[in-house]
Design a protein around this ligand. Structure first.
Ligand code: 5GP
Length: 226
């Protein structure tokens, strides 16, 4: 029997970072290091970008449909960002956590702060670009938005980065593989958190160590190899 029993629940990981910080790319790479996670698919009222698929990238909704989801209390959190709604469906999150699967929410700072109020046990990771110059280059390279939208995402990034202290961890995304390995290390560390201890068996009379401690002599003379 182990000395401690720890919670088998999956870790709830909230990953934020300004638009263009590379959250999706890092998560994609994370799959090489960790296959025990499920990424929540958000709902949004924004238009799909080329290559984005409904139900995979997002659940694409009209603004009315999104508002209905709010009214029906179907969302764990939501935010209005850059002219569109984004929200996390409650859906399967609890089911996966119970089964021991880690759940990752890729959401903005406002959403993360709402989650922090509701589920403070979640682990909050902020992905940051190496520099603001780097960020604008990445936003432009994406080439899917007007320069107005790019500018407003860039301005939003300044506000978001100012909230970094509200997170538990910050990862600089200067190299995708390194960033993915750091995110994985944080998840692994989270699994070792003492907050997860449910029972300590040291005082259990059946625990072998306890018996050894009661009888010092036996402990010393025992043929335990060190
Ligand atoms: P994008 O339009 O670039 O896909 O996303 C814009 C921002 O919305 C990103 O910072 C992204 O992380 C955030 N976002 C995506 N899904 C959600 C969500 O469910 N809730 C919140 N609050 N933000 C989200």
């Amino acid at each position: 029997m182990n000395i401690i029993k720890t919670s088998s629940r999956g870790a709830l990981v909230v990953l934020s970072g300004p638009s263009g910080s590379g959250k999706d790319t890092v998560i994609e790479r994370l799959k090489e290091y960790n296959d025990n996670f499920w990424i929540s698919v958000s709902a949004t009222s924004r238009q799909p970008r080329p290559g984005e698929e409904d139900g995979i990238s997002y659940y694409f909704k009209t603004e009315d449909e999104f508002k209905k989801m709010i009214d029906n209390d179907e969302l764990l959190e939501y935010n209005y960002y850059n002219g569109n709604y984004y929200g996390t469906p409650k859906g399967k999150i609890e089911k996966f956590l119970k089964e021991g699967t880690n759940v990752i929410l890729v959401i903005d700072v406002n959403g993360a702060l709402s989650i922090k109020k509701k589920l403070p046990e979640a682990v909050f990771i902020f992905l940051i670009p190496p520099s603001m110059k780097d960020l604008i280059i990445r936003l432009k390279k994406r080439g899917t938005e007007s320069s107005d939208k790019i500018l407003s995402r860039f301005k939003e990034a300044y506000k978001e980065i100012n909230e970094v202290n509200k997170y538990n961890y910050v990862v600089i995304n200067d190299e995708i593989d390194t960033a993915a390995r750091k995110v994985n290390a944080i998840i692994e560390a989270e699994k070792c958190s003492v907050e997860r201890i449910e029972e300590l068996y040291l005082n259990n009379p059946e625990e072998e160590m306890h018996e050894l401690l009661i009888d010092d002599k036996e402990f010393v003379n025992d043929d335990i190899k060190i």
